[in-house]
Design a protein around this ligand. Structure first.
Ligand code: ZN
Ligand code: ZN
Length: 154
């Protein structure tokens, strides 16, 4: 991935200016939303190590199973945030993450909770509402590229 490429989290910033320093540990997420974005980016890059490291100790799984079915993460939409600013110790972020698995477009909608410990944000848990919908192959791609779905992420 080129350094000038847009960040997978959809912030419209470049990867180097956005999630890369957080994933590489050279910067901390200042807000719950930033941590949420960095975790989405980690999902899209299958960076399980970062996903576990950014998980609160009390809810962290021992390990993450690597999916055998390849999942292509194509879009993150932040719907709402409550608290979670640099001054808060906890917060929630509601989002829809879109991905393609086995040629189907899926949306994962979740309200995630985050806590701050030792000045570092961690993912606590989330309430998922999953939904799947098929989109026509000729409609514009949900990743926002402006191309047709069948010529882009499908
Ligand atoms: Zn980002
Ligand atoms: Zn696309």
């Amino acid at each position: 991935m080129s350094e000038q490429q847009q960040c997978p989290c959809g912030s419209k910033k470049t990867y180097v200016e956005c999630c890369m320093p957080v994933l590489e540990g050279t910067a901390r997420a200042e807000t719950a939303e930033q941590l949420m974005r960095s975790r989405y980016t980690a999902f899209s890059k299958m960076n399980n190590e970062y996903l576990l490291a950014s998980w609160a100790a009390k809810t962290r799984p021992k390990q993450l199973d690597t999916d055998e079915t390849p999942v292509k993460w194509i879009n993150l939409e932040i719907l709402d945030t409550e608290q979670g600013t640099a001054q808060d110790a906890n917060g929630t972020v509601s989002f829809i993450a879109s991905f393609i698995v086995s040629g189907h477009l899926c949306h994962l909608q979740e309200k995630s909770s985050f806590i701050k410990e030792d000045d570092t944000w961690f993912y606590l848990d989330g309430i998922p509402e999953s939904s799947t919908k098929k989109i026509p192959r000729n409609s514009s791609c949900p990743c926002g590229s402006g191309k047709k779905f069948k010529r882009c992420c499908l």
